[in-house]
Design a protein around this ligand. Structure first.
Ligand code: SRM
Ligand code: SF4
Length: 602
């Protein structure tokens, strides 16, 4: 992949802006004019303040200004509207039903029972009665109206939590393997995630000032206010994860930056393999956008990990594309400059050469459900939470109330997983029965059928402004249909990963699922096949624009062939390639290339 790249010469820091006073050179003016609109919003924002504080006082509308809508993301919030109500409200000439999505920053997804109780209160008081566990190990609230924003943020603060940098062009929530069985490795992974999260956090006081009425800290020069980010932060979002093999539950290949624990025979940490340049998002019909699996770039010793994280992020800060936002993620920077040049610059900033990656092996990217005993004798219960939606379902499982009751008696902690599930962690052996009784009383579940327990759906409608089709509200029904089909071919117990998203941004990482369904329009999906079960290989488009009602018919013949012709131990994603249904995707740039010895491509 590297040979077609021109190694990059060290470049000036393009995030710097022309001086506010004094003559601006022609080159500076041209460069500034070419920047994408979001760069100008960041520059003018006074370190993420914009006019947010004033906007909150405008009671005539439930919305905020467009520019503030971009800035508020850095504070962990999105302005949304209930899309189910759009048509009716337009007819009645009413403003859209605006409200906010609020995303927390919870490094490694760990919360205490006390924090859980506060989060539960907020869901009931200010949000839509649910907590949404995300695909990146944190919680979101939906439906918080503008007049409740400050109260909600104050409540979050009272739980010693915040939403800073949960969204926006910054290092986002850092994920860590939950890995209950490997207690020691989990500790190391969690500690690194926490350190990276803390050290790469924006330093502006804007969040405290706006949401908690904190005192205004007068801004100074770039380097004083934001020593790492400067005025324009990063070119685009930046996501970091920490994994512990053999589980790839954090889906390391989908993220900008990753650390893979390399353990010795006694499970002691030797250091970290560092991955760079993963990402899922793309746009239908635009082949210069594509998902990409991360490259395994180098190995570093534990004491260098933080420096490496900062170096990777700052190279992206300086080399990333600030003119064309759709090509601004690290994955495109790596494609443009080549892995070799990127690694050389990272090593230069770390101040020494680093080693080549060490061997490692992942087995799957799913969760292990049910009870697991850790090396230290504590017990951990992974619950299956359909699409991460923690609420009380009418006539069904009472996730919100059940987990609240558990939080009232639980003495350990809770861990969110990257698969939208919840682990009741660190339970002493003699308290297991009490937890089991509550799980049963509230109808919570510690597992599901094979396809369902390997399924993920993004939020999509009605809250997501980018959704082209349903996802969270549709996947459960589709899985029921597909389960019938799988059972008919003797595959009911077969673990196959299936993920659905309402659009190609890929929030449930559909392009590394063995079956990926990606919204194209109302009730229409593209069907992708051929990804690896451990999340290390991308899929390929198999059928375009399939109606919801047709999906089962498209997959049924493939299930039949898989049931009949698979080799011992062969995964569905590998089978469809060997059998010629889709060509193998090598990586991002050939994701859209469908040539190859294909059978029955629709
Ligand atoms: Fe995402 C945007 C939800 C994980 C790629 N994502 C959005 C927004 C905020 C829509 C918007 O911009 O208006 C969605 C809010 C929906 C709602 O109503 O809540 C949204 N993303 C989610 C969550 C909640 C999905 C879920 O079902 O859990 C996940 C929250 C993660 C978190 O806690 O931080 C979520 N988003 C992801 C992932 C998965 C991951 O990171 O492991 C991806 C693919 C990986 C990647 O980043 O490439 C992802 N989201 C995107 C993109 C495409 C980015 C790109 O590079 O092209 C967008 C759109 C954008 O950024 O312009 C997006
Ligand atoms: Fe929204 Fe698309 Fe992300 Fe789904 S994948 S939550 S539809 S942006």
């Amino acid at each position: 992949m590297d040979d077609h790249k021109t190694p990059a010469a060290p470049r000036e820091r393009i995030y710097e802006t022309p001086p506010a006073e004094g003559p601006i050179t022609e080159a500076e003016a041209a460069r500034a004019a070419a920047l994408s609109a979001n760069e100008h919003i960041k520059i003018a924002s006074g370190y993420l303040r914009g006019t947010l504080a004033d906007g909150l006082l405008k009671h005539a509308t439930g919305a905020i200004s467009e520019d503030d809508g971009q800035l508020v993301k850095f504070h962990g919030m999105y302005l949304q509207d209930d899309r189910d109500l759009r048509a009716e409200r337009t007819k009645k000439k009413l403003e859209k039903a605006y409200s906010f999505m609020i995303r927390l920053r919870i490094a490694g997804g760990v919360v205490t029972p006390r924090q859980w109780l506060v989060l539960d209160d907020i869901a009931r008081t200010y949000a839509n009665g649910s907590l949404r566990a995300t695909t990146r190990q944190t919680f979101q609230y939906h439906g918080v109206i503008k007049s409740n924003l400050k109260r909600t943020m104050a409540a979050i603060d009272s739980a010693l939590l915040d939403t800073i940098a949960a969204c926006g062009d910054v290092n986002r929530n850092v994920m860590a393997a939950t890995n209950p069985a490997q207690t020691g490795a989990h500790k190391a992974a969690y500690a690194l995630a926490k350190d990276i999260s803390d050290s790469l956090l924006p330093k502006t006081n804007a969040w405290r000032e706006i949401w908690l009425d904190g005192e205004r800290v007068v801004g100074g020069e770039d380097d004083a206010v934001e020593p790492i980010y400067g005025k324009t932060y990063l070119p685009r979002k930046f996501k970091t994860v920490v994994a512990v093999p053999p589980s790839n539950e954090v889906d390391i290949f989908a993220h900008d930056l990753g650390f893979i624990a390399i353990l010795d025979k006694k499970n002691k940490l030797k250091g970290w393999n560092v991955t760079v340049g993963g990402g899922m998002g793309m746009t239908h019909g635009e082949t210069d956008t594509f998902p990409r699996t991360a490259d395994v770039m180098l190995f570093c010793e534990p004491q260098d990990a933080l420096k490496v994280a900062e170096a990777v992020m700052t190279v992206q800060r300086d080399w990333g594309n600030r003119k064309v936002r759709k090509n601004a993620r690290l994955k495109y920077t790596i494609e443009r400059y080549g892995l070799a040049a990127f690694r050389a610059e990272v090593e230069r900033r770390v101040g020494k050469p680093l080693q080549d990656p060490k061997p490692f092996r992942f087995e799957s990217n799913g969760d292990r459900y049910g009870w697991v005993e850790g090396e230290d004798g504590r017990h951990h219960l992974t619950l299956y939470v359909p699409s991460g939606r923690i609420r009380d379902n009418e006539g069904g499982p009472q996730y919100l109330s059940g987990l609240r009751r558990i939080a009232e008696v639980h003495q350990g902690d809770f861990r969110l997983t990257g698969n939208q599930n919840v682990i009741i962690a660190n339970v002493p052996a003699d308290r297991k029965a009490e937890i089991d009784a509550l799980v049963a009383e509230y109808g919570l579940t510690t597992g599901a059928t094979a396809l369902r327990r390997n399924s993920l759906a993004c939020v999509a409608l009605p809250t997501c402004g980018l959704a082209l089709a349903e996802s969270e509200r549709y996947l459960p029904d589709l899985v029921t249909e597909l389960e019938e089909s799988l059972a008919a071919h003797g595959l009911a117990e077969e673990d196959i990963t299936i993920r659905m998203t309402g659009c190609p941004n890929g929030c449930a990482r559909p392009f590394i699922a063995e079956i990926g369904l990606v919204g194209r329009g109302p009730e229409r999906y593209n069907l992708y096949l051929g990804a690896a079960f451990d999340g290390s290989r991308l899929s390929k488009l198999y059928a375009e624009d399939v109606t919801a009602g047709e999906i089962r018919n498209r997959l049924d013949p493939l299930f039949a062939a898989y049931g009949r012709d698979r080799q011992p131990g062969e995964r569905f994603g590998d089978f469809v390639i060997r059998a010629g249904y889709v060509a193998k995707t090598i990586n991002g740039p050939d994701f859209h290339d469908r040539t190859g010895p294909l059978k029955a491509v629709a």
